[in-house]
Every structure is written in C-alpha cells, then in structure tokens.
Design a protein around this ligand. Structure first.
Ligand code: C2O
Length: 542
C-alpha cells in the first residue's frame, strides 16, 4: 500500500460561466477541484492550507475513517474550522472500499465549488469483479449560481426563505451546449467502437436530485458509493446529492456523437426549481476525427429523452434494482431499533417570522452546531455543556407522517442532541419522510459508516407488515439513502467505528435548516476498538 501526499490550497479564483465571471473558492485554483486516485488499502495525506477568506473544512464523503474520525471533516462535528491563514492535514487509510467516492468542503455552502472526485481502484494485485474496462471517465454533476454561493445561503438564512435556485447544472464544472456562452467548453467523453468505458457518476449538486442518461446507450450499473453491486442494465440513473454510481457503457452504436444529459428529479411540490438541462458529449474516436484534425466534420450530437421532472416511478424502479454483489454482512438481530422522521417545518415564532421561516428536523429536533468546541473534542475531553445525549429514538408522538399533518407539529425544537451507541451495537433506523410543508425525496447521508438499505416503500412505515419486505440476503451497501418521497427506508449497520458521526440530508439547504443529528459511538475495549488520539495540528475553536 502507498501513501499519497497532496496539498490543497483553498483560494479564491475567477471562474467564468454563463457569460459572467464569479469569484469563488477553489482548491488550487481549480473548479471542480483535483481528482484523487488511489487503490483500496492506500493512505491519503492531504494538507489543506486556507488562503481564502472563509473558514473551511474538507470532508471525505463516504470514506469510513475507521478510528480516524478526526479526519472526517464536518465543521464543529469532528473539528473546528480551518481559519483563513491556518492549515490542517487530513490523514487516513481507505480499507475495503472500491469504486467512486468524492471530497467536498463541509462549511457553509463552500462545497458548491470546493469539491472533487476520489477514485478507488481495486486493491494492489486484484481486479474489478467484471471485465477490465478499456477506459474510465469521471462525471461530477454540479450546480452553478450567477452569484457567490456563500452569499446565496447567507441571504436565505437572513430571510428564512428558500434560497435562490441555481442558474445551471454542470458536468465537471461545465454547463454544456444548451446554456449561453458554454458550447466551447462542453465536456467531451471519449469512446471507441467496441470499447467499454467505466463512467463514475457523482451527484455533487447542492440541492437537487438529478436524472442522468446518454442518447442510444444503455448503462450496466456495477457499483454505488464505493461498493460493488450485482450488474443490472438501465437507460437512466437517478442520484441524490452525495450518491455515486459506477456504470459501464459500450461503444456499440454507430460512430458519432451522443449527448449525455442531466436534469432535476423534483419531488417537492409547488417549490421552484432549476428546470434546465446540462449536457456533455460522448464522442466516438475514429481515424477521421482524431483530435487536431480540423477537416473532420462532426455530426450534431443526438439528444436523449430524460424522464419528466416528477417521474417517481422511474426513480423507484431504479433504486429498488440495487443488490450487493457479495453476500451481505447485514446484522440479522438488532440491539437498537430507531425511528427517525425526516422533514421540513415552518418556524412561526412571532413577531418576526409569522410561520414563514423554513426549518427542518429529525424527530422534531432541528440540529444546531456548537461554536466553541467540536462535538468530537467535547466527547473525548469530557467537556460538558456542548451537547446532550438525549436525541429521541422515536418521534415525540405517533402521527400520520405522510398524511395531513397537524399544524402543531410544524415547528421543531432546536437542540444539539446526540444519540449514544455502545461499541458494536447492531442498529436499525427507519427513515420516515413527512408531508410537513411538502413530502420530498431526502438523500440521507451517514458519516463514518456504510449501511445496508434493507427495504423502502411509500406511505407510513408499518412495523407489522413492512418487516416482511426486509432483504437480509443481498441489500445494497451505501452511505447515502434516497428516502422515497412520501415514504420510508430502513437501514442497518453495526456501530464498529467509535467517534461522533453526523447523519444529515445531503440537500445542503436542509442541513442549513437543521435536518441532521449525530451518533456518538463509544469506544470499545482495547486500543483497536478506540478512536485514535487527535492529530497535533487539529484546529481548535477560539
Ligand atoms: Cu457529503 Cu456531511 O457530507
């Protein structure tokens, strides 16, 4: 195994998109940031130097961080932010994960431009569990504003309203052909006739689940969130923010140019959303059209058909097709049976807000971060008064979650509440969407763990009948679950990684509104069941 050493300088850069220049935060001046490529078993050492004007942290989305929780990154959870002028080295080893993950800023809305891919190739001396692809291409789907994203969220926080919708979706930072001033820079993905290309697709958008498809080509899905899945074919993917999907495509169509396209899956009702389409071009390499041959005349790309923005049946058909490739190690018995509502709310504290200020919660607790210590530091050093350990195992009362919810339940209480887990406990969480304000497909992400999604469905979860739907044989292993709109998902994991681990909706505006909680996983016995000591350069708050 190898240690890869990188330096990430956080700095402002001018980026021109949609005919306008914005000054945004970047890593090393790049938008999106650098792609990191390692093998399963390798170690990463990334020194982050903050030369920008905002506090920042970097999160390694989906990396299990076994016993290295200090390197996880969410601000005020596992570390205090790196202040302008400061630095911090994230050091961790990737074990047992193969496929595609990514990294992103975990402070304010900096991740809108501070993000990149983390490609994990098979462990040294091993191969993919499928025929080796001829090429690999990474496609980071993103969202772009004609504004500084930090200002967009600041304004939303000030007013309590929903933030402005984005002005474009992007593929590898480029809006593509269908937007103004973007044609020249449209991303081109190569393929040759007869070849296979492994596409690593990441939804790094801030607030929008996205459909993704390619004209005239089918996908064979082989992995998700850095775990292999039993291959299945589909012509359209749906990824919630945070999720990754690895697919094989074959160069089995007439040589030519084909659009790849992404646009919104929008499940929230009556909410404005960015209804534009981003494109890249899949281009067949042929002798006549090798790069630099300007006499080659390229055909206009063929446009694919994308599902309607509210096509939930297509989403369900896709999300229920995932099976883990190996027999899953899903716990058959559970020690902790938890039930978490996930949903929105409206704060109606008079006189200022009059029921117009958005909020969001799990089990009616709207999560608030501390500002003087990180939760992990407070836990390890026994600092009192930073958090409480009374996050409720169930909502305050049973109600019709997906029906007409009584207005008295629209206003959650704010708190910094953690749920304490014994080392090694076997945990089940039912994630239940609510129709408070609107039902919506929430991508729920757990830090420090992969979990099995053993069932999903619509309506209110019914413990008596729905447990018969549990797949304990080959459920998919993921770090982000797209909980069905107006429905539920059941996840299981074993609490074998001590530390403090955030679980939150990966629609960034929902974290801003409090749709988060954190697990405190206690140390077990002995050194190998305990979190490592904090690195010496760990940023502290004051
Ligand atoms: Cu991808 Cu808490 O984040």
């Amino acid at each position: 195994a190898v240690t890869h050493v990188h330096q990430f300088v956080i700095q402002e850069a001018s980026v021109k998109r949609l005919c306008k220049t914005q000054h945004v935060m970047t890593v090393n001046g790049m938008y999106p940031g650098p792609t990191l490529e390692i093998k399963n078993g390798d170690t990463l050492s990334v020194k982050v130097i903050n030369k920008g004007k905002y506090n920042v942290t970097i999160h390694w989305h989906g990396v299990r961080q076994m016993r290295t929780g200090w390197a996880d990154g969410p601000e005020f959870v596992t570390q205090c932010p790196i202040r302008p002028g400061g630095s911090y080295t994230y050091r961790f080893t990737v074990r047992g994960q193969e496929g595609t993950l990514w990294w992103h800023a975990h402070s304010s809305w900096l991740r809108a431009t501070v993000y990149g891919a983390l490609l994990i190739q098979p462990r040294e001396g091993t191969n993919f569990p499928f025929a080796k692809p001829d090429r690999q291409s990474t496609l980071l789907l993103g969202e772009w504003w004609n504004a500084n994203p930090v200002d967009v969220v600041r304004e939303a926080t000030r007013t309590g309203a929903a933030p402005n919708i984005s002005d474009a979706y992007t593929i590898n930072g480029q809006p593509g052909d269908l937007y103004n001033c973007s044609t020249q820079d449209t991303v081109v993905v190569p393929i040759s006739s007869g070849e296979t290309n492994l596409l690593r697709v990441v939804n790094s958008a801030m607030n929008q689940p996205l459909f993704f498809t390619i004209a005239n080509h089918k996908f064979t899905v082989v992995g998700a969130d850095a775990s292999y899945v039993k291959p299945f074919t589909t012509s359209v993917l749906m990824l919630g923010p945070g999720q990754t999907t690895d697919v094989l495509i074959s160069g089995d169509q007439p040589a030519g140019r084909y659009y790849m396209a992404a646009r919104a899956y929008q499940s929230a009702q009556n909410a404005p959303f960015d209804n534009t389409t981003t494109t890249a071009i899949l281009e067949y390499k042929s002798a006549a059209c090798s790069s630099g041959n300007s006499s080659c005349s390229l055909t206009n790309p063929i446009m694919p058909r994308l599902p309607a923005f509210n096509d939930t049946p297509t989403v369900t058909a896709f999300s229920t097709s995932f099976r883990s490739r190996e027999r899953a190690l899903v716990p058959a018995q559970i020690d902790e049976s938890l039930f978490f509502t996930v949903g929105l709310g409206l704060n109606n504290c008079p006189p200022n807000f009059n029921g117009t200020r958005f909020t969001a919660s799990m089990n009616n607790v709207s999560f608030s971060l501390p500002s003087n210590f990180s939760l992990l530091q407070a836990h390890i050093q026994g600092i009192r008064g930073v958090f409480t350990s009374d996050f409720p195992a169930a909502p305050p009362r049973v109600f019709d979650y997906t029906g007409n919810v009584s207005r008295s339940l629209w206003q959650p209480a704010t708190g910094t509440k953690l749920y304490r887990l014994k080392y090694g406990s076997r945990v089940q969480v039912v994630l239940q969407d609510t129709s408070i304000v609107t039902p919506e497909n929430h991508p729920i992400h757990l830090h420090g763990y992969d979990f099995y999604i053993i069932a999903e469905g619509f309506g209110n979860y019914n413990p008596k009948t729905d447990s018969s739907k549990f797949n304990l044989v080959d459920p998919p292993l993921r770090n982000t679950a797209a909980v069905p709109v107006g429905g539920w998902a059941v996840i299981r994991f074993v609490a074998d990684n001590p530390g403090v681990w955030l679980m939150h909706c990966h629609l960034d505006v929902h974290i801003t509104w409090g749709l988060a909680m954190a697990f405190l996983v206690e140390d077990g016995v002995g050194k190998l069941e305990a979190i490592e000591p904090p690195p010496e350069d760990l940023p502290i708050c004051s």
